[in-house]
Write a protein that binds this ligand. Structure first.
Ligand code: DX5
Ligand code: ZN
Length: 220
């Protein structure tokens, strides 16, 4: 069974509690929380205080995607705020191994994200340390972008790496995924699907989550 992680980026920021409750009741498996700092990506979203407030309103797994520079400065803040999984970008640090240990030292699951142009060999010496790999299928910064097709091959390669070296690691794909292409993404090897605009802009959120789960799970 694949997991669906609705991305809060496409929710109504004036009604976050309402929107999160909707996806939680609709069978979402995780809540994908996009944190942007205006430096690593050209957009700004939310920080630890918002995560902390939402933590009291939801029992979903909080999957926090840090698109920020100097992530080492903020790991503890996000851990204390209630993140369950903390994903950092390989491009945002000179000391990826140390950063992963920092996340695990806080008792949280650790993920590493790769931008579309970043080669997968960044994962080679840390894969055994990870709980999750996040393959970006758009350039991070905004919701509603088009899926970049070269991601399919990348997902396939990362799936092989995971299966041969550390089979428990989750493979998450983020950006431009919806009911129309979820099956191809899962067929390539993803088992956690992030979807922002496809879910929050749909007229029937529960139906969209159900369709995506079923379309994805048929491929496994
Ligand atoms: C992009 C974010 C994504 C984004 C996905 O920078 O990391 O999580 O919200 O949005 P969609 O699903 O609309 O591409
Ligand atoms: Zn994201």
């Amino acid at each position: 069974m694949i997991k669906i992680a609705p991305s809060m980026l496409s929710a109504d920021f004036a009604n976050l509690e309402r929107d999160i409750t909707i996806v939680e009741k609709a069978g979402a498996d995780l809540l994908h929380v996009d944190v942007m700092d205006g430096h690593f990506v050209p957009n700004i979203t939310i920080g630890p205080p918002v995560v902390k407030s939402l933590r009291t309103k939801s029992s979903l797994v909080f999957d926090v995607h840090l698109m920020i520079e100097n992530p080492e400065l903020y790991i503890k803040n996000f851990a204390d705020s209630g993140a369950d999984i903390i994903t950092v970008h390989a491009e945002a640090t000179n000391h990826l191994h140390r950063l992963i240990q920092m996340i695990k030292g806080e008792g949280k699951k650790a993920g590493v994200a790769l931008n579309p142009a970043t080669p997968i060999n960044f994962l080679e010496y840390v894969i055994e340390e990870l709980d999750m790999v996040l393959i970006m299928s758009v350039n991070p910064g905004f919701g509603g972008q088009k899926f970049i097709n070269s991601a399919y091959e990348k997902i396939t390669k990362v799936r092989k790496l995971i299966d041969s070296r550390s089979p428990g690691v989750d493979l998450q794909v983020d950006g431009g995924v919806g009911p129309e292409n979820v099956s191809g993404v899962v067929k390539s090897g993803a088992n956690i699907i992030v979807a922002g605009s496809a879910i929050f802009n749909s007229k029937d959120i529960p139906a969209t989550i159900k369709i995506m789960k079923e379309a994805g799970s048929r491929q496994i």
